[in-house]
Design a protein around this ligand. Structure first.
Ligand SMILES: *Cc1c(COP(=O)(O)O)cnc(C)c1O
Length: 380
């Protein structure tokens, strides 16, 4: 009898869950038993465990990654009109909170090989109104943090790391020293959205910092600006990680390094299969970071992307475009400062990238089927 292959998904949370079901179910049941759904002991425990994992003084859990970015900007006292520099090639949330707070998003281009924010472009974008840089560790690889921190120091800027896609990744300094993504800048922000590398079973997020005063302020802002019970010194938000999600995350944090290496193995398989194919440019590794492959993203060279996706659909292989439209061409972010053609790298990437299934449960048989199918189309 022919073996039936599992349905291929961009992310396979079900198979991953089945392997940790006993522990996850017990952790959730424990919260149900103690009914401390908000600020239960799991939240504090998870916070401590994540602080140890990241080697950072303070982790402040919150409701999602977008909130984390917003709370960071509020805690740093950024004011309407302040300029915040970020990458154009990113998920919208990064720029969204800048706009939402009345700050001015200043977009910069990225480097084509690694998809990283272009440090030279950041430098060119700095003005007397610039207050912060938001590097995005896109697809699971750190931005060039040493160079960014140096620029920030020189111009007295805050650095808010968006590490929603790169939790667990390590930045490698020129001298060989390593630090976890998110633990380098003024503050790090992450998301525990289910499909992220450390995902819960709903929404969740966190901020990281080594600054005691900033951590205290972040906690206050995330809790309605409350400094003591019913005493509100600041306007804050309501942003909490609930206890059930913290319970799930405690179990999954123990697996995070295994999850990163499973993704790395799948990426290595893709790399090998596509090596030296002139139509497929595989993602490059930066010298200053390891890669935890939130996404495995190819750049297509003279390949009809829509036709490739249609072909893969007939083979029941999903493939996604992260991201199809640069921020400066999105209606909500259009600005007289920017026009089509201003961000040549981002615009070229939006037109040529395709991301293949990437998760912790990809076996060789599936990877062979996916790579054979992609090659069948591009070599035709
Ligand atoms: C997912 C993501 C976010 C937002 O996280 P949510 O938890 O969905 O709010 C922010 N930035 C980047 C780069 C992301 O990938």
């Amino acid at each position: 009898m022919e073996k039936v292959m599992k349905k291929i998904q961009m992310v396979d949370l079900k198979s991953q869950y089945e392997k940790i079901k006993t522990e996850v179910d017990a952790s959730i049941q424990n919260v149900l038993n103690n009914t401390a759904f908000i600020n239960g002991p799991e939240v504090k425990e998870f916070q401590k465990e994540l602080e140890a994992y990241l080697d950072v003084k303070h982790v402040i859990p919150c409701a999602n990654g977008t909130d984390a970015l917003q709370i960071a900007m509020m805690a740093l006292d950024l004011k309407p009109g302040d300029e915040v520099i970020t990458a154009n090639f990113t998920y919208v949330a990064t720029a969204e909170v800048i706009g939402l707070l009345g700050l001015k998003p200043v977009l910069v281009d990225v480097i084509p090989d690694t998809f990283d924010i272009d440090v030279k472009a950041i430098e060119r974008a700095i003005t007397p109104k610039t207050k912060a840089i938001v590097p995005v560790h896109l697809f699971g690889q750190c931005a060039n943090m040493e160079a960014i921190m140096e620029l920030a120091k020189k111009h007295n800027l805050f650095v808010i790391e968006d590490t929603a896609q790169a939790i667990g990744a390590e930045y490698i300094y020129a001298d060989g020293k390593k630090k976890k993504a998110g633990a380098i800048g003024t503050v790090g922000c992450t998301s525990f959205f289910p499909s992220k590398n450390l995902g819960c079973y709903g929404d969740g997020g966190a901020l990281f910092t080594n600054d005691d005063a900033l951590a205290a302020k972040i906690r206050i802002i995330a809790n309605h600006g409350q400094t003591a019970l019913y005493i509100h010194d600041l306007i804050g938000v309501n942003s909490r990680l609930d206890s059930i999600q913290a319970g799930v995350l405690r179990i999954k944090l123990r697996q995070l390094d295994n999850y990163c290496s499973a993704r790395g193995k799948a990426a290595a398989y893709y790399d090998k299969a596509f090596a030296n194919n002139p139509k497929l440019k595989t993602p490059e590794r930066a010298t200053y970071s390891n890669h935890v492959f939130h996404q495995y993203t190819l750049q297509l060279v003279d390949v009809d992307r829509a036709a490739l996706r249609d072909f893969l659909t007939t083979k029941e292989i999903p493939a996604m475009i992260y991201y199809p439209i640069p921020l400066h061409l999105q209606k909500a972010y259009m600005d007289p400062r920017y026009k089509a053609g201003d961000f040549p790298v981002t615009e070229a990437l939006c037109a040529s990238v395709v991301s293949l299934p990437m998760h912790t449960e990809l076996d060789e048989e599936t990877l062979k089927y996916i790579t054979d199918s992609v090659l069948e189309f591009v070599n035709k």
